[in-house]
Design a protein around this ligand. Structure first.
Ligand code: MN
Length: 739
């Protein structure tokens, strides 16, 4: 049977391992197609190398091997081999060529795996979120996209050490925040655990090291206990004549880390670091084993969970119980069938490969319904921040199980309200909702149902539809979308009015009058940035809540300054300059080409630091303002003919350590914590850095802190940033800007 594979010439040496593994499964693969995908990719990646120095093609091959391990099909393996070709070799290959060579399915998969980069977003963050959104869209159409994407990420995480330090952190953080929860939602526990452990290794190397060495130590000390335990259980099951497999496992580093962190415990206070797993043939046997375990040991109350009769939404099924034996050390026992075990390890992927044909496709579509719901935002929300928020809520939060009066189970993310529940049943139920009951009692509509409660939605055909205020109450993306849909559909005229009056208010707030033409130009510019071509559509989108006016106000101001005050670009308004601390210094350590005797000021919009690339702009009446050369105000004004000749080259003088201090902005994103501000200010004080200003804003579980500090130069600034990264709870630190 292996005839087709053995003839691997040197040309195919790179996939010898892959092909051998595929053939040894005895399943049907189109090996020729896989070989030609390999050659195709190899040729395109010729001359490219990974950060580790290896040839680039080793990466797609490694990804294909992981994909093969999930027992996905030929097309998935081909797509894995080709997944980076369009992005990295885009000038040589297109989706069309891949379609011609490898067919529709492979082309669609590769396209779904290719990031889109052509969107003119103003910052990396938005572009990045847009890429995530595209990925989710692709995966809602074909779930294989996400399996391959996860394999890609897993290999990148396994080889992350080769990357630069700051890159590592960003990638590890994203893995922890998006990909590991995603694997969890898809029930791919093995994938999830490896992703989490690898991320943790980079996000908190010290914590990781400490826990893994503690685990090793504890495991050594408990060897006798574990051996005894296994023997006791094994003897009992054998004597009953059951066929079973017994597995012991130590909890993963990350799950212990999480427990220590969430419950504020020391390692010594974590008792159940060891779990025993019993795998049997049938569901009935699971319950029989459960009975035996409870006979052997005392059960810890409140810890028994029956995920067989109520599976987790990610399809996970098992019985869990925590028990204590004579040694007084609690441990967890998981009981499941072989089939449940496979699903527990591979989740939706196991399901996908297990069945084929239409029936199972529908089945999977149903299981993946939440992804589709998440993407429904596609046309309606232009706000990347909100998408990311919905993504995080929908994929990261634990679920609560609640019941309809008929006994159907509805799962909601933790924190969802009864309105979310209504929309989870059906949009019409939500749209006609006038009240709700929990366990028979009327409750306020912002009540959060708890596990096991019976929720009943009171509807009325006389209801005039949802209220706009509901948008502020609901927590799920699904409910928000459906409410938005309703307003979009039912209320266009009213939406336009609402949107227009909100925009009017913004213009009034600016205070300076403008002509109708200018107003239109401003609004069209803003619309274009978010993919809306028409002013009424923009009003409508604001009206139904597709984008929040608060998100637009800064852009309106920006555009206003550009359109109305084009003669005097924003950077040189008197207000801006008067607040520049360094204005009094004449040169400020900056050399300007070809201009003498003008005062030099540092622009407040980008706060350049010695070490930054800079450029000068001759203002009217205020001397020269110095900007970072990548400052937005510069790049947007540079091409304007009326400003030509006012830009001048500038560079820093090479006077080291003049003792001069420059203002710099720092933006911190951190998990909410009451000690956060104290910790940050302590860290600054430690470094003898003066704090000139601080603001903080909480959004959900996160706080955004903006600092204004005095620093010497770019190196000094970078050292401040890296010190701040080590402050507890801080997740991201970046250079801020005044906008
Ligand atoms: Mn890749």
């Amino acid at each position: 049977m292996a005839l087709q594979t053995i003839d691997l010439t040197a040309e195919y040496a790179g996939i010898e391992k892959l092909v051998t593994a595929l053939v040894s499964t005895g399943k049907k693969y189109n090996i020729d197609k896989i070989k030609s995908a390999y050659l195709f990719a190899k040729k395109l990646h010729e001359g490219q190398y990974r950060a580790s120095g290896e040839e680039y093609i080793t990466h797609p091959v490694a990804v294909a091997e992981i994909v093969a391990g999930l027992e996905l099909d030929t097309d998935s393996i081909c797509a894995a081999l080709l997944h980076d070709t369009i992005e990295d070799c885009g000038d040589k290959v297109s989706t069309d060529i891949i379609r011609r060579e490898f067919g529709d399915d492979v082309a669609r998969l590769v396209d779904g795996l290719t990031k889109m980069v052509q969107i003119p977003f103003e910052d990396k963050e938005e572009e990045h979120i847009e890429n995530l959104r595209k990925m989710f869209l692709a995966m809602s159409k074909d779930v294989r996209v996400i399996f391959i994407k996860l394999c890609d990420r897993l290999h990148n995480m396994r080889t992350l050490r080769a990357k630069k330090d700051d890159k590592r952190r960003v990638i590890a953080l994203e893995t922890m925040q998006v990909f590991a929860p995603l694997a969890h939602r898809l029930g791919m526990q093995k994938m999830k655990q490896e992703l989490e452990n690898l991320s943790l290794e980079y996000l908190d190397p010290i914590g990781y090291e400490e826990i893994s060495s503690n685990i090793e130590k504890r495991y050594g000390e408990s060897r006798d206990f574990i051996e005894n335990l296994r023997k006791t259980v094994s003897d009992k099951l054998t004597s009953s004549g059951l066929k079973f497999t017994l597995e012991g496992r130590v909890k993963s580093v990350y799950s212990i880390y999480r427990k220590m962190y969430l419950q504020n415990k020391s390692f010594d206070e974590i008792f159940d670091f060891y779990a025993l797993r019993v795998i049997v043939d049938t569901e009935e046997e699971c319950y029989i084993v459960l009975g035996m375990i409870h006979e052997l040991f005392s059960m810890v109350p409140g810890r028994f969970k029956d995920y067989i009769s109520i599976p987790k939404p990610n399809m996970y099924r098992s019985l869990h119980t925590t028990v204590i034996g004579k040694s007084a050390i609690p441990f967890e026992v998981q009981i499941r069938t072989k089939e449940m075990h496979r699903i527990a390890e591979y989740g939706v992927a196991a399901h996908w490969k297990y069945k084929s044909g239409e029936e199972s496709k529908e089945d999977i579509d149903r299981k993946l319904g939440w992804i589709a719901k998440l993407i429904e935002t596609e046309d309606d929300t232009r706000d990347p921040e909100e998408f990311l928020k919905a993504l995080k809520i929908d994929i990261m939060h634990d679920e609560v199980f609640v019941f309809t009066p008929k006994g159907d189970i509805i799962t909601l993310p933790q924190g969802a309200t009864v309105i979310d529940f209504a929309y989870a049943i059906h949009s019409e139920v939500g749209n006609k909702m006038i009240g709700a009951k929990i366990n028979g009692m009327i409750v306020p509509i912002d009540r959060t149902p708890q596990n096991g409660e019976i929720v009943e939605i009171i509807t009325s055909s006389a209801s005039r539809g949802p209220s706009r205020d509901w948008m502020k109450i609901v927590t799920t993306g699904e409910a928000r979308n459906k409410i938005r849909q309703w307003f979009k559909r039912e209320m266009r005229t009213e939406n336009i009015q609402v949107g227009k009056s909100e925009i009017d208010r913004e213009f009034k707030r600016i205070g300076t009058p403008c002509t109708d033409d200018q107003r239109n130009e401003i609004l069209l510019n803003i619309g274009r940035r978010i993919g809306i071509q028409d002013i009424d559509d923009l009003y409508n989108t604001i009206g139904y809540g597709g984008i929040l006016i608060s998100k637009l106000s800064a852009r309106i101001r920006d555009e206003f300054d550009r359109v109305v005050k084009v003669e005097e670009p924003r950077v040189q308004t008197a207000e801006d300059v008067s607040t520049v601390k360094n204005a009094k210094k004449t040169s400020g350590g900056v050399e300007i080409d070809g201009v003498n005797g003008l005062t030099v000021k540092f622009a407040k919009c980008c706060n350049p630091l010695p070490g930054d690339k800079i450029v000068g702009f001759i203002t009217k009446g205020y001397g020269i303002s110095v900007h970072k050369s990548d400052c937005r105000n510069i790049s947007e004004n540079r091409g304007k003919p009326e400003l030509a000749g006012r830009f001048v080259d500038a560079r820093w003088e090479k006077t080291e350590n003049s003792g001069e201090r420059f203002e710099a902005q720092i933006r911190i994103i951190a998990v909410n914590d009451i000690r956060l501000i104290a910790d940050i200010t302590m860290a600054l004080a430690d470094m003898r850095v003066s704090l000139l200003g601080i603001t903080s804003n909480s959004k959900g579980d996160y706080t955004v802190v903006e600092l204004l500090v005095a620093c010497k130069n770019l190196d000094h600034f970078n050292s401040i940033v890296s010190r701040l990264r080590s402050v507890p709870n801080v997740e991201q630190v970046s250079r801020g800007s005044a906008q």
